[in-house]
Design a protein around this ligand. Structure first.
Ligand code: ATP
Length: 516
């Protein structure tokens, strides 16, 4: 099945099974804003717990924070967001559709990469085990030609972005004959800058009101509290502050479901280090964060680093962790070496010292910062894209059937176990209810007695429930139940009293944290 079709099915699945709904749906929705349903919110909370525990529990020198969304407006002046948090936008005059000029060019670049990958796949099929990809890349004329075009465009694009040369960005679009995906024409406007911050007013009267912003990132709340936390927590450098919270960006083009939203949630950790040691810490956090992603078991080949050639004005190194979504490799997390830019700016704008006294060195300095920044929603999309599968099953009579299954890691699954009486009589529902009553203190359980047992299994597969417990007549006799595993669909007969231990061993987040 084409990847776009898989993605469409995933979006529909999320709605049908209570994961994600379009916001304000009865009013036809609100563009790029979504609500999380009964299962979505559980998965989201579990993702946040995995991140939070990996930062705050596993590292004695990282503590949490929950700063307000509204902040003093000068913070955004100091951080550079008022003047420079812009995206270059361009309109197509025929379709009247608006695009990010940089994204149009990036998508064009990806086409060269696709062409190269197709050549490689064709050759791999042709030559089989003897295929040497490295040699093929170095010698095949079509691959070389595409690579050369890609490198040339990349260099020109990076230069234009670094210089914020809007006319040159437009020229690249013209020269490469990039067309509007809707109208198919090249009738483009000029490229303009567009600030992504949402603004509102604080105060009850128009005259007395202050313009304030909805934060576009959570990081600044950490910077302005850096000394509060350092002093009250008696933190010694190196140390980190972690925060999970909402952020808002007036994205020009919000597409691809929850990949790019106007209201979203971030999990950010700012790690304060001695000046001069930042690039070592940058490498450290790159490794730690990649391990965190890969520990979920979705396949190391589906992740890669994308080191930035265009560095933001505050950074001296930056990389993205990208995941292979159904629509290609895209950023899930950014890791940035932000130098001492933010603290120095706040020092200057607030007139307050943002220095740390280093008892070992006997001197004060403004620390350097390594940031790890990941979107909860984008991580959610990564997890469900990896977990969603449609499987062909062979039935006993030789015919085939399909099942939709969310192969979520057990500790992330919204519902850990479903308890089902085989039939709705003979005291089986009561036995099933008693199991739920006993286990609900440990795990998110669901009682289900509607439809045939086969349909109930499928319903739980679609939600991603890793374990189904079935109560039958034998349970009355010997207190055993059947446990059915989502992934293998195998069934096992176990003692009721063993259930707690069996399931705890599999859904407990600590076994995952120990892998990190
Ligand atoms: P992009 O290049 O995709 O716009 P960015 O580089 O601006 O992202 P950062 O400012 O580094 O993103 O934000 C850190 C993380 O926050 C991103 O890696 C992403 O996971 C998440 N994020 C950023 N913007 C959005 C958005 N509009 N919707 C959902 N998640 C987002």
């Amino acid at each position: 099945m084409a990847q776009e079709d898989v993605f469409k099915k995933l979006v529909a699945h999320c709605k049908e099974y209570g994961y994600v709904f379009p916001s304000s749906e009865i009013y036809d929705g609100l563009s790029a804003v979504y609500d999380y349903g009964q299962y979505g919110v559980e998965l989201k909370n579990n993702i946040k717990k995995y991140w939070w525990d990996s930062m705050v529990l596993l590292n004695e020198n990282i503590v949490g924070l929950d700063s307000a969304i509204f902040m003093h407006p000068t913070i955004w002046k100091a951080s550079g967001h008022v003047d420079a948090f812009n995206d270059p936008l361009i309109d197509n005059k025929d379709s009247k559709k608006r695009y990010r000029a940089d994204v149009l060019i990036e998508e064009h670049l990806a086409k060269f990469e696709d062409k190269i990958n197709k050549e490689i796949e064709k050759a791999r099929e042709k030559f089989g085990a003897a295929f040497d990809e490295k040699k093929f890349r170095e010698t095949n004329p079509r691959v070389l030609a595409n690579q050369a075009k890609m490198d040339e465009l990349n260099a020109r694009f990076s230069k234009a972005m670094n210089a914020t040369d809007l006319a040159e960005l437009r020229q690249i679009i013209i020269d490469h004959e990039i067309v509007c995906p809707v109208s198919g024409t090249r009738n483009w406007t000029e490229v303009r800058q567009f600030n992504l911050m949402f603004a509102t007013e604080m105060g009850s009267t128009a005259e007395g009101a202050n313009k304030i912003y909805l934060r576009p990132e959570t990081a600044q709340g950490i910077f302005v509290n850096f000394l509060n936390v350092q002093k009250t927590g008696r933190m010694k450098i190196p140390f980190g502050i972690a925060q999970i919270g909402k952020a808002f960006r007036n994205e020009i083009v919000a597409r691809q479901f929850i990949f790019r939203m106007r209201e979203f949630e971030q999990m950010e950790m700012q790690f304060f280090v001695q000046p001069g040691s930042e690039l070592d810490w940058f490498r450290h956090w790159k490794e730690v964060r990649m391990k965190w992603h890969q520990a979920l078991g979705f396949g190391a080949e589906n992740y890669r680093f994308h080191d930035h050639t265009k560095l933001a004005h505050y950074a001296n190194a930056a990389t993205d962790i990208e995941y292979k979504f159904p629509f290609g490799f895209k950023e899930v997390e950014g890791i940035h070496s932000r130098t001492d830019f933010d603290l120095k700016q706040h020092q200057q704008y607030s007139g307050k010292k943002m220095q740390y006294f280093d008892p070992e060195k006997g001197e004060s300095y403004v620390p350097f910062v390594i940031e790890t920044s990941i979107g909860v929603d984008r991580m959610f999309l990564q997890v469900i894209s990896a977990a969603y599968q449609e499987e062909e099953l062979k039935k006993e009579d030789g015919s085939t059937d399909t099942r939709v299954v969310m192969r979520l890691p057990s500790f992330l699954a919204p519902v850990k176990l479903a308890v089902m009486p085989l039939i709705k009589k003979d005291g089986l529902p009561e036995l099933a209810e008693n199991i739920v009553k006993d286990l609900k203190f440990e795990f998110n359980c669901q009682y289900d007695d509607k439809d045939s047992i086969g349909r109930r299994y499928r319903r739980q597969d679609a939600i991603g429930t890793p374990y189904c417990i079935t109560i039958d007549h034998q349970t009355i006799e010997d207190n055993t139940v059947t446990i059915r595993y989502r992934d293998s669909m195998e069934q096992e007969r176990v003692q009721t009293k063993q259930l707690k231990d069996i399931i705890a061993g599999k859904v407990n987040i600590s076994s995952l944290l120990k892998k990190l």
